[in-house]
Write a protein that binds this ligand. Sequence first.
Ligand SMILES: Cc1ncc(COP(=O)(O)O)c(C=O)c1O
Length: 340
Amino acid sequence: MLGFGSDNHSAIHPELMQAIQKCNVEHAPSYGTDEQTELANSAFKKLFGPQTKTYFVFNGTACNVLALKSMMKTHESVLCSTVSHLNMDECGAPEFFAGKLLTLPHTHGKISLETLKSALIRKGDQHYSQPRVVSLTQPTELGTCYSLAEIKAIVDWAHSENLFVHIDGARLANAVHYLKTTFKEMTTDLGVDIVSFGGTKNGLMMGEAILVLNPNLANDLKYIRKQAAQLPSKTRFIAAQFNTYLSTELYKKISAHSCDKAERLHSKLKDISGVELTAPRQSNAVFVKIPQPWIKILRENFFFYVWDETTFECRLMTTWDTTENQIDAFTDLVQSLALK
Ligand SMILES: Cc1ncc(COP(=O)(O)O)c(C=O)c1O
């Protein structure tokens, strides 16, 4: 059954499966000293700038947590939104490995510069965990995107306050698609220091990449990664996927497909009475309140998550393999429930 549960639920994109299969021959050196890793590193440099340093890890939580750990001491803290994956879905790993999270209110997942500024009120107070990193999710957990101007204003302010800026980019390519920009224009050119670059949500079997963009950041990530048990020995199979994903511009195809399908879903739901769209559609997620009695019937045919059990706000996610038929069948069923 195809559903709208998560882009994590989708199968591996056939071109990425093929990339794995293609390098599944002979022997190759381990721990990132192989040709595929070299090719993938070059692909990242091409898209993010020549100073980019890439560290592959197994999952997104490690990507975030180790990126943060490389920038801060344990008495320091991370400014992030209350709905950030860091705060809601990483089981305290950021605090365990890196330092305290200072969670801030948001609008549709985005933290404003004013809110960030207000979080520095106890700077210098020895009783208070000292902010060192701003972490933005792009696109956010609620499927919205910070504009380039918003990122730039946050980065400029953060740097003026001696803070680093991290982007959790589990689905970064979708933001590039929505903003009609490039990876480099959205990150390196704005001064972003470090990026968690997602693979798994975008069609890979698994694998994520920590991208260090700031050449002045202390370079001990390779030790931090190994100590945290996240150095893949057969790195070539992660790297081969990223190499194909980036160098053949598959990322553009996948993000365009997922976002277009989400737009179709959003615009069809908009016209159905009884449902309420709750966030702008700027990525591959649609947030919508659905009357409770309908949810059970819909979920018998299409899996999706109820995001908020108190309001029955649901999250519908599209992926590289979402089809128009699937969307039309879902919205037809919603429509039929609305007419009952
Ligand atoms: C915004 C965001 N960041 C990071 C992750 C990575 O999580 P995981 O550790 O499950 O790979 C996810 C996964 O859902 C996510 O949505």
